[in-house]
Design a protein around this ligand. Structure first.
Ligand code: ASP
Length: 586
């Protein structure tokens, strides 16, 4: 038997037991006479006391991360040496044999601590060592718990787990495709799935009724703290179901994952319309862990003489306790607001007694000044920030300043889920004044707005709502879903709105339109990012901390060297030639 047990479970009750343990040397203290070793395995750490006269002089050579097998007796630590920081801290193992299973070079960085100061490229280059770190062990196990809870919950809710293919034709989710050249058809390419969207809809036409999958998705877009090229998605679709049905299923599954990892279920998940989210938080993914809401000051300035406030919208936020902040900090906020698209940012300090102090006060009437303080509920010592101008812009700018100034760290303020509903169908107009879809083009318009869709054009189309809904957790967009179009006629109409000509629609999505002609059930679905959910549950700001082998911000894998050039014969076989990249325009 290699080992009788793992090291991390040894306790005072085990004193007197003879054990065989295997693991890595996390630390060693050589006192000449005896050598103390911290032996680490997946379960934790225990102290080993090795007497060279017993286990052999070779123990003096043992270094960090060597792999050992030890046999010995568990004994209570001598009084005064109990380590209460360590779950096994009441005991130690007195070794009678020590076998070196493998030697190790010294690791390029310390493995004991979180070591956030270690360069990330170095960590990823030696990821297998980085994974020995306690927090990475914890995060990956937590991730497995999340996956298991989701699978259990979905199976319990009657969903069938079905894998969809990786080599496909493009699925539009608004990102760039990763493509794979076809050897058998040189010059032709597969796309890797941005999502299983079209296949899950086809599964509904295929009568599978309730589908789910923990799916790998790939999107070639710039990487950020909450984004990787490839990510894992909880993906679901159900037939003869509406928005409420889907939201109930997803709430249950997410609740199960949260309960499995934290021990308690979230309460009822609040809801907000997209419009309300934009007005109150300046974001379609509001972080509702804190207030500092955007307040409409339109009524206060309805008759203002101040030109800058005679605008489509005047909105403000009140930053509690920031009134004493330095002039240069305020100047930075003004610059930031301008960079985000505002013409300017008006700021005011609230004085003792409730009066205001600001360079622009002379342009405002007494009543307006009082109005600002009242409507914002500002207190002495607060800083008031106001943006005026086009409404979407004002909301956007203040929404970002609110996050900059108020957002708590990821592991504070609990887990605040929020459903955002009634998203618009289109998020804006492109250069040709064509609507840009807010979600993928298979999203059903809101039934009450179908007429609007027929009668509107240009800007007016932006008022058309869709049956799309997002789930937000602590200000992160966890995922989104929608009721789908299931009629070929409505789908064609949406394609034509988006400027996808019938021939192009037929060429790209003909298979879906064909399928819809053979009795497509009404259906709806959802997907959310498992990396994001796990990161938030682990209290990590960066999803790379919960992924075993992530890419760097530049999309590289320092461990395997991907991406890397192909050999000329491989290129030839695929019918590819690589041209030098054109020099960037100056
Ligand atoms: N396919 C969508 C996405 O990946 C989610 C959905 O609508 O089900 O974002």
């Amino acid at each position: 038997m290699m080992r009788t047990q793992v090291v991390g479970t040894l306790r005072a009750e085990d004193v007197g037991k003879h054990v065989a343990l295997c693991g890595w040397v996390a630390a060693r203290r050589d006192h000449g006479g005896v050598v103390f070793l911290d032996l680490r395995d997946a379960s934790g750490i225990v102290q080993i006391v090795a007497d060279p006269s017993q286990v052999g002089e070779a123990v003096h050579r043992v270094g960090r991360e060597w792999v050992l097998r030890i046999e010995g007796d568990v004994r209570a630590r001598p009084e005064g040496t109990v380590n209460s920081d360590l779950p096994t801290g009441a005991v130690e193992v007195s070794a009678d044999t020590l076998e070196v299973l493998n030697e190790a070079e010294p690791p390029p960085f310390p493995l004991a601590e979180r070591a956030d100061d270690v360069d990330e490229v170095l960590r990823l280059r030696y990821r297998y060592l980085d994974l020995r770190r306690p927090h990475m062990q914890r995060n990956l196990r937590l991730r497995a718990t999340v996956n298991a809870a989701l699978r259990n919950s979905m199976a319990g809710q009657g969903f069938v787990e079905i894998e969809t293919p990786m080599l496909i034709a493009s699925t539009p989710e608004g990102a760039r495709d990763f493509v794979v050249p076809s050897r058998l058809q040189p010059g032709a390419f597969y796309a890797l799935p941005q999502s299983p969207q079209l296949f899950k809809q086809l599964l509904m036409v295929g009568g599978l009724d309730k589908y789910f999958q923990i799916a790998r998705c790939l999107r070639d877009e710039d990487l950020r703290a909450d984004r990787q090229f490839e990510f894992m998605q909880y993906d679901a679709e159900m037939s003869f179901a509406d928005q409420e049905d889907v939201m109930a299923v997803v709430t249950e599954a997410v609740g199960a994952a949260i309960e499995a990892t934290t021990g308690s279920r979230p309460g009822e998940v609040p809801r907000m319309t997209w419009h309300e989210a934009m007005e109150r938080f300046g974001s379609d993914k509001p972080d509702i862990r804190f207030g500092m809401e955007l307040v409409d000051l339109g009524a206060v300035f309805a008759e203002t003489e101040f030109r800058a406030f005679q605008a489509d919208a005047v909105k403000g936020i009140c930053v509690s306790g920031l009134g004493e902040v330095s002039r240069s900090t305020v100047d930075n906020l003004v610059d930031r607001a301008k960079l985000l698209g505002a013409a300017g940012l008006v700021w005011m300090r609230v004085k003792e007694g409730g009066g205001l102090d600001a360079p622009i006060l002379k342009f405002l009437s007494e009543k307006e000044q009082r109005g600002i303080v009242d409507v914002l509920g500002a207190q002495p010592g607060d800083l008031v920030l106001i943006v005026a101008g086009e409404r979407r812009m004002a909301n956007h700018v203040l929404g970002i300043l609110r996050l900059d100034l108020g957002r708590p760290p990821v592991n504070e303020g609990g887990l605040q889920l929020l459903w955002v509903v009634d998203f618009p169908l289109f998020e804006g107009l492109d250069a040709d004044r064509r609507p840009i879809p807010a979600h993928h083009p298979f999203t059903m318009p809101h039934p009450e707005d179908l007429e609007l869709l027929d009668s509107s054009s240009g800007e007016d189309l932006l008022a058309v709502r869709s049956q799309a809904y997002d789930l937000v957790l602590n200000g992160w967009e966890l995922g989104s879903g929608s009721v789908r179009i299931h009629s070929p006629a409505v789908q064609q109409k949406i394609f034509s709105f988006l400027g996808i000509e019938p021939e192009e629609a037929q060429a790209r999505f003909g298979f879906l339109l064909d399928a819809f002609r053979f009795g497509a059930p009404p259906h709806a679905g959802f997907a959310f990012g498992i990396d994001r959910l796990t990161a938030l549950l682990a209290g990590e700001e960066n999803i790379r901390e919960v992924i075993a082998f992530p890419k760097t911000q530049k999309g590289a894998d320092p461990l395997t060297g991907a991406p890397s050039p192909l050999d000329p014969p491989q290129l030839t076989e695929l019918g590819l030639t690589v041209k030098p990249r054109p020099a960037p325009k100056s």
